[in-house]
Design a protein around this ligand. Structure first.
Ligand SMILES: [Cu+2]
Length: 400
């Protein structure tokens, strides 16, 4: 661990004192220096001011190793929102709404506040952070291979803050199972899990009187019986109006996005290393980020379609929990699906604020095993896209 810290320090010094202007590729490391030197961001022309509050940039920084540090006790289960019912639905709704009320009531300059949750994502996503010692090379966690690990860590600390505000370490952020377009309840009556269609916008996030509501959305999430459209990005702003149209296309998008690919980068996105300029090409995103993820952002619309504002809508956190679940599913499918093995990815480090507003440092290599973070996901009907009947695509089977 110490040697990696030294590696980051060495790289910083190397660039500062280098007279050749040539930088060896290495992992991106966000340090206290990075946070302290945060600047106005620029997201495709939108000038952003989303740096962490100055009073919280002095440190200390505490390492967080999920496998070692996670909460004791059984794994918490993130459940599919479409299957919550009865008492479980009532008690979960009350807690969820209360948690966001409390988070939204925190002062804007508290790193745990709802305002700062968006700001952190914005800082990491609009070039507000500059790679240490490079002068002007900015950082982004979209359109490249940091997408999945960074968002997993971000959600994890977001959930820890919600738990702390509720004073309930068992509180769990559930997920919007937007990829499931099939009703498989009858066929799976005796199996444990959720087999209901999941592609409609979750009702828990649709009530204007509740803290999980967000008015700045397009009409699509508010339109009854309109399924999420996972290929909207590839066509136009007009979503598929009927379930019969959306189902086959969603299935195809999901199947393709979850393929092994020719290299791990097909799933994870383009490499992005220390000393390289930030990539602003949307095609740099891996198959999960590029199509289902970007399509859901656009389909919800409003502020959710903007990187700099998307986490202002609480739905952000439950559709992203489904994306990180899908990373876990992809890993477990096997068949050549493997995360990158490059140290330039594995040794990258990011900083987040925890429930005590303390900066925590997590490495990509410590974020690869979901269960290390202390939770798992309810079984859902991934078979809805797993066995795609199309001769041009290779059918895949789950390994467990
Ligand atoms: Cu993001």
């Amino acid at each position: 661990m110490k040697s990696k810290r030294l590696l980051c320090l060495f790289l910083f010094m190397f660039v500062v004192y280098s007279t050749w202007g040539y930088v060896e590729a290495a992992p991106i490391c966000i340090t206290l220096n990075t946070i302290q030197k945060c600047q106005a961001g620029n997201f495709f022309g939108e000038i952003t001011q989303c740096c962490p509050p100055a009073a919280y940039t002095k440190g200390p920084v505490v390492d967080f190793i999920p496998k070692r540090d996670r909460h004791p006790g059984p794994l918490r289960v993130r459940k599919a929102l479409q299957c919550l019912s009865g008492d479980e639905l009532s008690s979960y709704s009350e807690k969820l709404w209360k948690a966001y009320e409390l988070m939204q009531a925190l002062p804007q300059d508290d790193p745990r506040s709802f305002y700062q949750q968006n700001a952190m994502h914005c800082a990491y996503g609009s070039g507000a952070f500059v790679q240490d010692g490079t002068g002007n090379l900015t950082i982004d966690i979209h359109f490249n291979w940091y997408f999945s690990p960074w968002h997993r860590m971000f959600l994890y600390f977001h959930e820890r803050i919600l738990q702390s505000l509720l004073d309930d370490p068992t509180f769990t952020l559930h997920f919007w199972n937007f990829d499931n377009s099939f009703d498989a309840e009858k066929a799976n009556r005796n199996k444990e899990g959720c087999f209901r269609v999941g592609h409609f916008f979750p009702e828990l996030y649709s009530d204007p009187s509740k803290s999980t509501f967000h008015a700045n959305r397009s009409v699509r999430p508010f339109t009854a019986n309109l399924p999420a459209d996972l290929s909207i990005l590839n066509r136009s702003e007009t979503p598929l109006r009927f379930v019969s149209e959306a189902v086959p296309r969603n299935k195809e998008v999901m199947h393709r996005s979850m393929q092994p690919g020719k290299s791990p980068l097909d799933f994870h996105g383009w490499e992005f290393k220390y000393g390289q300029p930030q990539n602003l090409n949307i095609s740099g995103g891996g198959s999960l980020e590029f199509l289902p993820h970007n399509s859901i952002h656009r389909w919800i619309g409003g502020s959710t379609s903007l990187t700099t504002h998307a986490p202002e809508d609480p739905i952000f956190y439950v559709f992203h929990s489904n994306l990180e679940r899908l990373w876990d599913v992809w890993q477990r499918l096997g068949g050549g699906r493997k995360d990158p093995s490059s140290p330039d990815w594995l040794d990258a480090e990011f900083l987040f604020y925890d429930e005590n507003a303390v900066l925590r440092r997590v490495k990509v290599k410590d974020s690869l095993v979901m269960k290390d973070f202390g939770y798992t996901y309810e079984r859902v009907f991934d078979e809805s896209w797993l066995f795609f009947d199309n001769s041009t695509l290779t059918p895949v089977k789950p390994s467990n």
